[in-house]
Design a protein around this ligand. Structure first.
Ligand SMILES: Cc1cc2nc3c(=O)[nH]c(=O)nc-3n(C[C@H](O)[C@H](O)[C@H](O)COP(=O)(O)O)c2cc1C
Length: 404
């Protein structure tokens, strides 16, 4: 089975973007350059993430697809920030102009963000609302005429389009490029999140863990989907440091640790602590985590190798968190190209078919991953790769070598 490798198309950037000194001030030119690189290098697509102060993902997709030809734009969308019909209109337009290259990552968190965006549902009700939102969205995207009446969403039937022969009105009706509806990716680990995901999604995403534990999670979610007669694909999110040798990769990981503050580790730990615990009170059942915690409490960051939780799987510092307590959004693949490829195959054997990766700086590391890792993997690029070498040359060469 071929795997899809996606990259990351979201500011900020820089060699150590989680620290002010390691972060670049980047703008529109940089995002366009990044999109063009992702496209040219043959990534399946890129994730456009949404957060407190991110550029709007639909604006970024619309502004960057003109410099690309093949990559898909996986844009993270919080349901409820605009009507489903309006979102469908924007999606149909971007799809029409880009040749159907828009995908949505249906995002249902987070409590810290949503109220300030005007969305006030409690956690589980958010999923109930979201189910209606995406049904109404797909109905609009597919051009269905009938009304949608839900508990939260009321969408009247669409008026019939005027007959262009009589009215002289040239219909600009938007037709869906993705005939079964716009492809939805998304996540949700809570029971409400899983129940929602298995009804709605095409691709279920989870932050990475060890291959076995991630596989166990995907099998649990897959079993829930099977009860509804549905089959999902599975994807994960990882940071990546890939180099020609193990030594180079781990030296770079150490270089990152050396430029990371203890404060950053403490803030990340505080976000991950179970409710009611503090940095002072918490004790981890995992001795490796406890040793790291003790060092951080004493004001010192352990060295890079101390955060390796599985061969080539690292919970060291990353833009998306320094997951000292347990692997989460910052989990990183670290190693030589051969070993990282082996780990990707290990994840694949546990059911993962899509990998959303990022390494910093984004353009430089996108090149490195494509140069070192892509040749070692069986990839689904999402487009046909032209065969530069038909095999005839190799045959001729072998024949010549034999004759010589
Ligand atoms: C790969 C991946 C990407 C995500 N991207 C975003 C994002 O861009 N913005 C955001 O607010 N949440 C993002 N999330 C978080 C989830 O959508 C969601 O908040 C969380 O999984 C809710 O889970 P729960 O049902 O367990 O509470 C992402 C999660 C994953 C696994």
């Amino acid at each position: 089975m071929a795997v899809k490798i996606l990259w990351y198309l979201t500011a900020p950037d820089g060699p150590v973007p989680w620290e002010p000194e390691g972060r670049w001030e980047t703008g529109f030119d940089h995002l366009q350059e990044l999109a063009a690189a992702i496209d040219k290098l043959g990534y399946y697509g890129a994730l456009l993430a949404t957060g407190f102060d991110h550029d709007d993902v639909l604006a970024v997709a619309a502004a960057t697809f003109p410099v690309t030809q093949r990559m898909k734009f996986l844009a993270a969308i919080h349901p409820g920030l605009m009507t489903p019909a309006k979102l469908a209109r924007i999606a149909l337009t971007i799809d029409k102009f880009s040749g159907g290259r828009l995908l949505f990552n249906a995002v249902n968190g987070r409590d810290t963000i949503l109220p300030s965006l005007g969305v006030h549902f409690e956690h589980d009700e958010r999923y109930e609302y979201s189910a209606e939102y995406w049904q109404a969205f797909q109905a609009s995207y597919l051009g269905q005429q009938q009304a949608y009446q839900g508990k939260y969403i009321h969408q009247a039937a669409r008026p019939p389009l005027p007959d262009p022969r009589r009215s002289g009105y040239a219909s600009g009706a938007l037709a869906p490029t993705q005939k079964n509806g716009l492809e939805l990716w998304g996540a949700g680990t809570s029971s409400a999140g899983v129940a929602h995901s298995v009804e709605l999604l095409d691709v279920y995403l989870s932050f990475a863990d060890t291959p076995q534990r991630l596989g166990d999670k995907f099998r649990r979610v897959g079993a829930e989907a099977a009860k509804l007669g549905r089959k999902l694909r599975f994807g994960t999110r990882l940071q990546i440091i890939v180099r020609e040798t193990e030594e180079e990769a781990w030296d770079y990981a150490q270089w990152l640790v050396d430029r990371t503050s203890v404060d950053y580790a403490i803030q990340s730990i505080q976000r991950q602590l179970p409710p009611g615990e503090t940095l002072e009170t918490y004790r981890s059942p995992n001795p490796q985590v406890q040793r790291n915690l003790d060092a951080i409490r004493a004001g010192r960051l352990p060295s890079a190798r101390d955060y390796e939780i599985h061969p080539n799987l690292w919970t060291g510092p990353a833009l998306h968190g320094f997951n000292v307590l347990a692997p989460l959004s910052g989990t990183t693949l670290v190693g030589s190209a051969e070993n990282v490829a082996a780990r990707i195959r290990e994840f694949e054997a546990q059911g993962t078919s899509a990998f959303i990766l990022s390494g910093w700086p984004l353009i430089e590391e996108a090149h490195r991953v494509a140069d070192l890792l892509f040749p070692l993997l069986d990839l689904d690029h999402g487009f046909d790769v032209p065969l530069l070498n038909s095999g005839r040359y190799r045959g001729d060469h072998a024949a010549r070598a034999k004759a010589a």
